[in-house]
Design a binder for this molecule. Sequence first.
Ligand code: ADP
Ligand code: MG
Length: 575
Amino acid sequence: MLKLFKFLKPYSAMIAGALVLIFLQTLGDLYLPTLMSDIINDGVMQGDTSKILNIGGFMLLVAGGGALCSILASYLSSRSAVGLGTILRSKVFRIVESYSLHEFDKLGTSTLITRTTNDINQVQMVAVMILRMMVSAPMMAIGGIVMALQEDKELTWVLAVAIPILAAVIALIASRMIPLFRLVQVKIDKMNLVLREKLTGIRVIRAFNTVELEMKRFNEANVDLTDNYIKVNKIMAFMMPSIMLVMNFTSLAVLWFGGIRISDGNMDLGALAAFTQYAMQIMFSMLMLSLMFIMVPRAQAAAVRINEVLDTVPEITDPFETKDVFTEKGNLEFKDVTFSYHGAEEPALRNISFSAQPGKVTAIIGSTGSGKSTLINLIPRFYDVDSGSILIDGVDVREMSQETLRSKIGFVPQKAQLFSGTISENIRFGNDQVTDEEIKHAAETAQASEFIANFEGGFEHQITQGGTNVSGGQKQRLSIARALARKPEVYIFDDSFSALDFKTDARLRVALKKEIAVATVIIVAQRVGTVMDADNIIVLDKGQISGMGTHKELLVTSEVYREIVASQLSEEEIA
Ligand code: ADP
Ligand code: MG
């Protein structure tokens, strides 16, 4: 957790201010019982009203000053802790942004969200507490003991008995509470995961009539968490009365033995009143310290999880010196590329070599799981190759900056992804240079203008989060329009035509051909009809190239291609 606290640096002035204020307030608190003892001894006992008013007024002043300090300190320490939270969240967000897909595969989206929200909140909460108590609790404990000793040395033996008893009670409770708190954290995590999965999968759950079953599974997680909270609360409920019991017995003992000392003439009434107050202050500060011991481990667990995110070094980074100058336009070349996913036994791609030129369409076909998506994910560096290289215009993609590289590519992923916002915002997607005209044109080419026109508001129609209010085919066409609007040098379509009916598919390809005549086009497809008229077709089989050439050539040379064709086309279409 200390590692995270270094991010408090911008707030060091505020924190210093808060600590000084808390110091002053604690001094005041420690001084008040002494003043009270003076009032009793010099004022009340002597019947001296002016002294009562004088000292009383001074006490009010000290108390008022203390309150003011306390309020200000509260403000400053809360501001700093919330600032820490803000800094941590943006740090975590930034580093997660730079993760390659490998890191996402490893950590998982769900826990990244919990770490950015819940865990950082925990650390933030405990930071406020530490700032507030770091100075006041030890100072109050030690100062209280010193002051109590000054009031009456003999009576301190009562404290010497009471404090260890209180410490033992607190230790017993804390030792039971801490593991439970840790468990609660884990169980909250689990419930978030279950809930998230259920909500995103709600359509499937409904369709398969498993609502009841899922309800039961959710209830299990929920009840589990509840049971844990109840256990924690039972201990908490036990904590307050037992601590109060020790405290009250201590007051009783102080009064009892103090009374004896007073009747023996060894102590005055003022000293006894002050002593009682100091005893309470000491015990109260111990209570505060113990609360801290309970809260800190919980936040520590959160801090470890945050650090895990911050310490993960993104696998894919920009080179120190980037080569971003180009002479040609969009020449793509794979040279003997081999790639495997982390933890996989077999490489997902092996010895892939081919080239794709501007103005030509290169198609990739193969059965599901043959590595088509993997292959094209390597081009924008979502993953890095294990061996071999991928060149664009003769420059290795690892030698360019990721920004330049990705600005050259129009990527249409297999699973079309839209974001909340209007249709035109989704097509423009952060690129301010795209004009309204170009957006319309891109939509036209992507065969999307017809259904857009039917929406209320047309291009200003709101897309819901994740694009759930448009159909799969509409989503695909919008995501194609988004790629077209960028006017990139290399187009990559990952199975982007599969959700379209044959007619739209054909019309779209004709429109595309005109539009992207000068660009390099890579089309991944399952349908032979989609790839048939490509300039070059690559047949992928189990991560390897098993054939390459035009439709006509492949019919002769590739057994795998013939099988695919035979399974899809009727005799006359083949010829
Ligand atoms: P295709 O797009 O041709 O259907 P993919 O390229 O998606 O096939 O997958 C190729 C192989 O790589 C599959 O065997 C799949 O299980 C594996 N694979 C895909 N993505 C991952 C991943 N993120 N982590 C591990 N293995 C993966
Ligand atoms: Mg795929």
